[in-house]
Design a binder for this molecule. Structure first.
Ligand code: ZN
Length: 478
């Protein structure tokens, strides 16, 4: 009799409080002992790789994603068609400099902040014209032949304006060389302080007569990997070509620009913009058992830049979302609301997938109560950025979140892909997943963003963190 009563009591308690310490333990154990995210990310990175919007590889990724998600037996898996912009890099992509003062010993002067061994990879030996690693920024115009000229190095918008007004940029190539503020603890804040020169820099320089721009890569690291990323032209200005140069190359070019009046840069780019192409968002969902008509969406973007394999950006975010849905299913969690894993297409250079997702939600009168985005890489999870309205709810779980190292709660949630949902469902709680930020910009948008740069345990901890936050949203929201 007594035993029976005890069992009855514990059963009713667990039914009422599904998201408790035992629940956290089950989610994290399943993720760490039997996680699927890492293996699926490996397939995506190694069988498909980079998947820029509108490319054949992005098409392959969509087909792979639909098939892979279907194999897990979620309640439904479907595609949302969307037209995306299509910019294409060319094999014709090169940057050279010629300088009378340059000698290889100049490279060693960077030793204090740079692993100089990597510099030896530069094909700089003997010849007077040196080819240097550089990549076109996404959206750049072509050069139509070669552009040749002197280089001016600029470190701030203010300097750009003052030199531009004096006519000092006319007919020149301009190096936009503002570096990440190293004292910022959060590297995304440092990125925010610099990324404007990549996005708008070409048009700002063009307004003062510059013929092309080189942009310092958005990275804390000093190395030889150029990081691409989107750039946007101001329609009122001439569309001048734009390339990213590695941070170590930017340091060298700045030095040469300031010491060699005869420094000459030559650029050749054959990239092009093609007509929009059909693509799709990829979605998998588990139906809610109490409010099936209310949706909690969570995901990342499925497109990537064409350098590397889009492993951290944002293959990891997509796998976090898929794995969170799988984890909750695997441990037998019964969601009250419909849980929807979304892989948005075209975050990098258009946001078409996210905008179409919101437009379809509006048209179909879908009701989102929350949306979570993971687009900061697959590094060790730290916590979440959360809309202030939901912070008191999240704080009820603070001790549990802290116990798993994911209790850093910041005010303000969301991200680029979940932002448009707010316009359709203004009450939706937006959440951003926050992993450790220190290494993200080592690889972001560069050839080093490959599967090997992702750590299995870190990725699986991130997926478990997303899963428990989804369950908290599911329990706390009506
Ligand atoms: Zn991203």
């Amino acid at each position: 009799m007594r035993i029976w009563l005890l069992c009855f009591f514990s059963l009713s308690v667990s039914a009422q409080a599904q998201v408790d310490s035992a629940f956290f333990r089950r989610v994290f154990s399943e993720a760490l002992e039997n996680g699927h995210a890492y293996a699926r990310l490996g397939e995506l990175c190694k069988t498909i790789g980079a998947r820029l919007s509108g490319s054949a590889q992005a098409d392959k990724a969509v087909a792979w994603g639909k098939q892979m998600l279907t194999s897990y037996g979620f309640d439904s898996v479907f595609l949302q068609p969307v037209m995306v912009p299509r910019w294409e890099r060319s094999k014709t992509e090169a940057l050279w400099f010629s300088s009378k003062v340059f000698n290889t010993s100049m490279l060693n002067q960077n030793q204090q902040d740079f692993n100089c061994e990597a510099f030896e990879e530069l094909p700089l030996k003997s010849s007077k014209i040196h080819k240097i690693p550089a990549v076109a920024l996404g959206g750049s115009a072509a050069t139509n032949g070669k552009i040749k000229g002197a280089l001016v190095s600029i470190y701030s918008d203010k300097q750009l304006d003052s030199m531009g007004k004096l006519g000092m940029l006319k007919g020149k190539l301009v190096l936009l060389n503002r570096s990440f503020p190293e004292s910022y603890i959060n590297t995304f804040k440092a990125y925010g302080a610099c990324v404007g020169q990549r996005v708008q820099g070409a048009s700002k320089a063009a307004a003062y007569g510059a013929t092309a721009v080189l942009v310092r890569s958005m990275s804390n690291r000093c190395d030889l990997h150029a990081h691409t990323g989107v750039m946007i032209y101001d329609e009122k200005q001439p569309k001048i070509p734009a390339m990213a140069v590695a941070t170590a190359v930017a340091n060298l070019l700045e030095k040469l620009a300031n010491t060699d009046p005869e420094l000459t840069i030559t650029m050749e780019l054959g990239c092009r913009t093609l007509p929009d192409a059909p693509s799709a968002n990829v979605i998998a969902q588990t139906r809610g058992n109490k409010h099936p008509d209310k949706i909690i969406a969570f995901g990342g973007h499925f497109d990537s830049w064409d350098q590397g394999e889009g492993a951290h950006d944002d293959g990891a975010g997509c796998m976090h979302a898929f794995e969170a849905l799988r984890l909750l299913k695997a441990i037998g969690y019964k969601p009250r609301h419909t849980l929807r894993c979304v892989w948005w297409m075209n975050e990098e250079n258009g946001l078409r997938g996210a905008n179409e997702y919101a437009a379809i939600a509006d048209k179909n009168k879908e009701f989102h109560i929350a949306a979570l985005e993971s687009d900061r890489g697959g590094f060790t999870p730290r916590g979440f950025g959360i809309d202030s309205s939901f912070i008191p709810n999240a704080m009820k779980y603070k001790a549990l979140l802290d116990a798993y190292g994911i209790g850093e709660i910041e005010k303000g949630g969301g991200g680029a892909d979940v932002g448009p949902i707010r316009k359709v469902n203004p009450g939706a709680v937006l959440v951003g997943f926050i992993p450790d930020s220190q290494r993200y910009f080592d690889v972001h948008h560069s050839e080093t963003d490959v599967f090997e740069s992702v750590n299995k345990r870190e990725l699986h901890l991130g997926a478990a963190a997303v899963a428990v936050m989804i369950a908290i949203l599911d329990q706390e929201l009506e």
